[in-house]
Design a protein around this ligand. Structure first.
Ligand code: HEC
Length: 298
């Protein structure tokens, strides 16, 4: 194998391994960054929803509860879970946030729009099996869109909630009139009943991470390719071409052409080699002349 080919091959191997290792590291860094970004959005929304819940509970409900007891139709604005969901729907009216979702996904909800679907039921079951877990997160695809979700377990910790969520007999008449007697009853204290789950679109953020990955890796590959080409050129110009010349001159000298010349050489290792060959050529010339003279004298 020629020296140039061998050097190129070795460089390609070293660079490929380098690009692979740095590529894996870069991918995991970008992935963690993208995940951190969607996660921080989801966490902020979750906190916001809790604030709405507390506000409705402390400030709105006390004003409306008397009406809930007396009017025929239930006033859902008195319910924190309702406020959170409705305010989130307002938030989703902005096209930029249309793909965000929030749900009080409950196994047996009062309002059936809060019913946990199959995926959310699995999350609720995970929380039931692991009581120490207080968040689960990951990716889920809903109608073609990739979403990142953060879920927290929901359980009733306050006896007062059970007035409306234990048996229809205890609940206000207006609640039964609006929601019926079938759904949202039989809840038990401290049992995981559902999950508060926020969905944040992840597609753009993940695509951005992928684009950055392709761009950075592309630049690195290009830089390496240029380096390989430059090293090759340099090797050819400063070493290989000159050695070839010296070899061909030496070849000519070896077949008796004493006029063959090594030419002007740079002052470097190869120049020294040419110089040494030159001296050898002269010594050879002198030796041959001496032999010829001796033969002529005979
Ligand atoms: C006055 C009756 C009443 C009380 C008290 C009450 N709720 Fe509700 N709750 C409701 C009604 C009615 C809904 C359905 C609202 C809607 O239309 O979204 C509801 C909905 C919910 C939901 C959403 C899931 C579902 O069932 O649709 C959660 C979670 C919830 N309540 C938790 C609680 C907690 C926790 C408490 C105690 C802090 C509590 N509730 C107290 C009547 C009540």
């Amino acid at each position: 194998m020629k020296i140039g080919t061998r050097v190129t091959l070795n460089l390609i191997i070293v660079f490929t391994v380098g690009i692979l290792i740095s590529g894996i590291a870069l991918a995991s860094v970008l992935d963690a960054k993208a995940q951190g970004e969607v996660n921080s959005k989801a966490s902020a929304l979750m906190e916001m929803n809790n604030s709405i819940r507390n506000y409705t509970n402390e400030r709105v409900q006390p004003l409306l509860l008397p009406k809930v007891e007396t009017e025929d139709k239930f006033i859902p604005e008195s319910i924190p879970a309702f406020s959170v969901r409705e305010i989130f729907e307002y938030f989703r009216n902005d096209p930029e946030y249309a793909n965000f979702l929030y749900k009080d996904a409950t196994l047996d909800p009062t309002n059936l729009r809060d019913k946990a679907d199959q995926f959310e039921t699995q999350i609720v079951n995970k929380f039931r099996e692991n009581p120490d877990k207080n968040t689960l997160s990951g990716y889920r695809t809903i109608s073609g869109a990739k979403l990142y979700y953060t879920a927290k377990p929901f359980s009733v910790t306050n006896e007062s909630c059970l007035r409306c969520h234990s048996t229809p007999e205890k609940a206000p008449k207006s609640q039964l009139a609006t929601y019926g007697t079938e759904n949202g009853f039989g809840w038990k204290l401290n049992e995981v009943l559902g999950t508060q789950i926020v969905y944040v679109p992840a597609e753009n953020i993940l695509n951005n991470a992928r684009d950055s990955f392709i761009l950075i890796t592309g630049i690195v590959v290009m830089v390496f390719a240029v380096v390989i080409i430059l090293i090759n050129l340099l090797l050819k110009r400063t070493v290989l071409q000159r050695i070839k010349n010296i070899a061909s001159v030496a070849e000519q000298v070896s077949v008796g052409d004493m006029n063959a010349d090594f030419g002007k050489q740079n002052k470097d290792e190869i120049g020294d080699l040419a110089e040494a060959f030159n001296r050898m050529k002269y010594s050879l010339e002198i030796a041959i002349n001496m032999i010829n003279k001796k033969r002529d004298n005979r």
